[in-house]
Design a protein around this ligand. Structure first.
Ligand code: PLP
Length: 449
């Protein structure tokens, strides 16, 4: 390894120039190759003597990077894209350069302070009290798992007499990470029935709990989804929280995608009731213009989370001597990158109004997409979007037709839109979270249908 000698300086210039180019350019879409194709092009890059900085960078630039789809492309509308602001991507470079340990206050005080201000903005948007707090984790999956583990610890403490099964109640459109968490935790999943409008209401949750508990089990957590991943449907938080409060059950809101819109005045009322939740998550790497990987996990009473999740060991006890805020204590992790800093920097520099405006703009483009789809002779809108996911079908197409079209769209480097399904029927969906996506981007894709 080298200190910053002349050779490293040269590589540094090249790496920074490449990073800036990547950020300045309209990102190319690009696309995957097979492992065999990649091997053919680059061979084995791990050698005893090393390839040298510039040749290795060349391999990345010319081959490896081009075999990765740019998730921030304006016409990447599959899954949930990412759309980091310029400032957040740039600041991600600083986070790497600064080697900050983000697990403890002692080591990362300044960075943790800044992360906490960004979390506070989200907590305020949700109407959480002054004592609320949490941590940035890698994604919604770890955020949900951490919150569910805390909820179960809380229930175990409140109900030491319960020796039977534990369960979590959610809707059948809840994200796959909830079922994943239940599997890891060896607890059961109870599905509440959704209404005709696709939402879960409190009465369906109460019914599901009654039926489950009649057989001796106990529900430790109700999970509502604030913006389902497939269609962007927001469960009816206001009636669900009545059930949670009445029965003293932990209420967690999975808003990995949708809760970003808490800052958008035009849809804020759809989240009424969030203030009664015990915990929630939202991914800044989805619709809050931050790079991967960042999920904000926030608890109303973080003390409960700390009791459930803080790790104790002889060499860690020094960190627990005073009442410092140690981010490690609030999720399933110890060492952590201060991954909330790119989000904080952009939020601090741009101001929260810019977030509100960008959010409203993506929803405006979603509305325009709806109009174009309604006017398109071959397309049928599936439902009016609640947020920024627009789902529709193509007349006369089966599953294979959708897949063929999707493959060709990427091959032609027009866009990336993957088929999904709803109630057994194949559908297409646009997830619009990128403020650089404009009406002509939508038109370009619709022309191919
Ligand atoms: C994306 C998503 C998740 C999972 O988040 P990751 O960051 O991908 O782990 C959980 N819940 C919902 C509703 C999501 O949309």
């Amino acid at each position: 390894m080298h200190k910053f000698n002349a050779e490293v300086e040269e590589v540094a210039d090249e790496i920074l120039a490449y990073a800036l180019d990547r950020l300045r350019l309209e990102p190319p879409l690009d696309g995957p190759l097979t492992a065999a194709e990649l091997y053919e092009k680059v061979g084995n890059t791990i050698t005893a003597k090393g390839l040298g900085g510039l040749p290795t960078l060349e391999i990345f630039k010319e081959v490896l990077a081009k075999a990765c789809i740019s998730t921030d492309h304006e016409r990447y509308l599959a899954f949930i894209p990412t759309a980091p602001s310029e400032y957040s991507s740039l600041f991600d470079l600083v986070v790497s350069a600064a080697s900050i340990y983000g697990g403890s206050w002692q080591e990362g005080a300044g960075a943790v302070f800044a992360e906490n201000q960004a979390l506070r903005w989200l907590a305020d948007l949700a109407g959480f009290p002054a004592g609320a707090g949490g941590v940035f984790v890698s994604g919604g999956t770890i955020g949900n798992l951490s919150a569910l583990c805390v909820a179960r610890e809380d229930a175990r403490r409140n109900h030491p007499e319960h020796k039977g099964k534990w369960a979590v109640v959610c809707g059948d459109q809840a994200h796959s990470s909830i079922a994943g968490a239940a599997k890891i935790m060896d607890v059961e999943i109870v599905k509440a029935k959704r209404s005709a409008d696709g939402k879960i209401y409190g009465d369906a949750v109460a019914k599901a709990i009654d039926e489950y508990e009649a057989n001796g089990g106990r529900v430790f957590c109700i999970v509502a989804t604030a913006g389902t991943t497939n269609l962007g449907i927001i469960d009816h938080l206001d009636s669900i929280d009545d059930v949670a409060v009445e029965r003293d059950i932990w209420f967690h809101v999975d808003g990995a995608y949708g809760l970003a819109a808490l800052c958008a005045p035009s849809v804020r009322a759809k989240f009424d009731g969030i203030e009664y939740a015990d915990s929630f998550i939202v991914d800044p790497h989805k619709w809050l213009f931050a790079p991967f990987d960042a999920c904000a996990l926030i608890y109303k009473d973080p003390k409960i989370a700390k009791e459930a999740l803080a790790q104790h060991a002889s060499y860690l006890d020094t960190l627990h001597e005073n009442d410092d805020w140690n981010p490690s204590d609030y999720a399933i992790h110890l060492t952590r990158r201060t991954r909330g800093l790119p989000f904080w920097f952009s939020l601090a520099a741009n101001g929260t109004d810019a977030y509100k405006d960008a959010m409203e703009y993506t929803m405006l483009i979603a509305k325009k997409a709806v109009e174009l789809i309604k006017a398109h002779p071959n397309l049928d809108l599936l439902m009016e979007p609640e947020l920024s996911i627009v789902a529709f079908t193509r007349k006369g197409w089966n599953k294979e037709d959708y897949q063929r079209w999707s493959d060709k769209l990427l091959e032609d480097q027009i866009g990336f839109v993957t088929p999904s399904s709803h109630e057994g029927q194949p559908i297409l969906r646009f997830a619009i979270v990128n403020p650089w996506t404009n009406v002509d981007d939508i038109e370009k894709i619709l022309e191919t249908l």
